[in-house]
Design a protein around this ligand. Structure first.
Ligand code: SF4
Length: 452
């Protein structure tokens, strides 16, 4: 192959490195869509003509890692000066960051924020004439004319809203993703239809606070309304959603969940702390009592519901008594699973300025106690499923044992069983034989069995 052919092949290829949450993964899908529409195809980093980093800044450690990675990309530019290097997303959206990258990383061609990623094609054209640094301060309208998504597999995330209005005192998200903007239900439905047409069986509706979906629409639509609408889409088997905020989680939503057969009985309801004093310092907008009341209502309406949560350990000022309140709440709620985090300072947030930071050893010791407690409860929950039947949506071969198939229950528990590759995308009935902390092992039973 001639040298000129090789160069032109590379020119038409891209590679994207993504850091952070599901929202960022979804943004990367949009960036991918634009690049494919422009005729680019994916390649390894050392082969790619365009190298993009989609960044996260929720933790300062992530930021350091990303800037280190950006430094590493210089070698590709040195080897092939025609390579286009771009960086965008949450980290870039922070005040002064675009300018810092422009000065300290002059070989970077494109710098963009979270609000203007839809302008990537234009920025790629423009960077041929010099560095493009464009970070919009405000969010603007929801952009709907994105390229149609191409997905593989049976599950997909669908963004229903952008931004957050809550300003929890430890969180940078509202500062980099802007205020809440909901997509119109018609656009959400159109996207889900397209995904179902590509073989998707399960969608997860995504937003920083899905419970306040639609408050900004005219006429207003509630999240409960949206669930009912999406529930009516033919060919779709399951609906999940994340993330919920306890202050906005209401009885109307519980009702809509209970009566919508495709909405899975799993709620991720981040509590973050069990002490009212700490919840106030976090600016979470609810009390422990309100949270516990909501849990009781949920369990009354859906006794089989699986509950998961997020908890931050070692928030500034957290005393041993506050932490005991968190352990006590975990004992009382008995979550199926909890995602536990050590508090880490995030500059630009009010909590980072608080004087009473908890020392690292105390944080780690508390974290271990919480983990031990929750792991015991998770195993107990899983053991209670032994002998019961579950509807499992089959995802494919197990990653750890290629002889076996894997899928999830409606409660989002991973089940591994002996099955057939052709069952991928189907719902099957599985009897649970063995329980581990994170996984259930089971046996297929004939479809006339009655799953839970
Ligand atoms: S609800 Fe709180 S933690 Fe969640 S994104 Fe908004 S500000 Fe951050």
């Amino acid at each position: 192959m001639s040298r000129s052919r090789l160069v032109s092949d590379k020119k038409n290829t891209y590679h994207i490195l993504t850091y952070g949450c599901q929202m960022n993964e979804r943004d990367t899908e949009s960036l991918t869509g634009f690049l494919r529409q422009m005729g680019y195809r994916e390649a390894a980093p050392d082969e790619a003509g365009i190298l993009l980093i989609n960044t996260c800044c929720v933790r300062e450690s992530a930021e350091r890692k990303i800037l280190g990675k950006l430094g590493e990309l210089r070698k590709y530019k040195l080897a092939r000066p025609e390579t286009v290097i771009g960086i965008g997303g949450c980290m870039v959206q922070q005040p002064g960051m675009g300018e810092r990258i422009r000065k300290e990383y002059p070989y970077v061609d494109i710098v963009f924020g979270t609000h203007n990623l839809h302008q990537l094609p234009r920025m790629i054209e423009q960077c041929q004439f010099g560095q493009v640094v464009e970070v919009w301060d405000s969010e603007g309208e929801v952009v709907e004319d994105l390229p149609e998504r191409k997905v593989e597999g049976i599950k997909a995330h669908v963004t229903i809203m952008y931004g957050c209005n809550n300003f929890c005192s430890y969180c940078i998200v509202p500062h980099v993703r802007g205020r809440e903007r909901s997509r119109n239900p018609e656009d959400v439905v159109k996207e889900v239809h397209s995904l179902v047409g590509q073989g998707v069986k399960e969608v997860t509706l995504l937003g920083q606070n899905v419970n306040s979906y639609g408050k900004d629409l005219q006429p207003p639509v509630t999240f409960a309304d949206l669930l009912r609408i999406v529930n009516g889409i033919d060919g779709l088997k399951r609906i999940r959603f994340t993330t919920s905020h306890p202050k906005d989680f209401d009885l109307a939503l519980i009702e809509a969940m209970a009566e919508s057969d495709k909405v899975c009985e799993h709620i991720h309801l981040p509590v973050q702390a069990g002490s009212n004093r700490i919840l106030t310092a976090m600016n979470r907008g609810y009390t422990r009592e309100h949270y516990m009341e909501m849990i009781s209502r949920i369990r009354e309406a859906m006794p089989q519901v699986a509950l998961t949560t997020d908890i931050i350990v070692g928030f500034p000022g957290e005393t041993e008594e506050d932490f005991a309140d968190t352990l006590d709440l975990v004992e009382k709620v008995r979550y199926d699973n909890a995602f536990t985090f050590l508090y880490s300072k995030r500059s630009g947030t009010p909590a980072a300025e608080l004087a009473e930071q908890v020392d690292a050893d105390t944080k780690k010791a508390r974290f271990q106690r919480l983990l031990q407690l929750q792991n015991g409860i998770s195993l107990e929950h899983n053991k209670a499923h032994i002998g019961t039947l579950h509807e499992v949506l089959v995802e494919g071969r197990s990653k750890t044992n290629k002889e076996l198939m894997t899928g999830r229950t409606r409660g989002n528990k991973i089940v591994v069983f002996a099955g057939d590759e052709h069952q991928a995308g189907e719902t099957v009935c599985v009897r649970i034989d063995e329980a581990r902390t994170w996984t259930l092992l089971g046996t297929l039973v004939p479809q006339n069995g009655q799953p839970q």
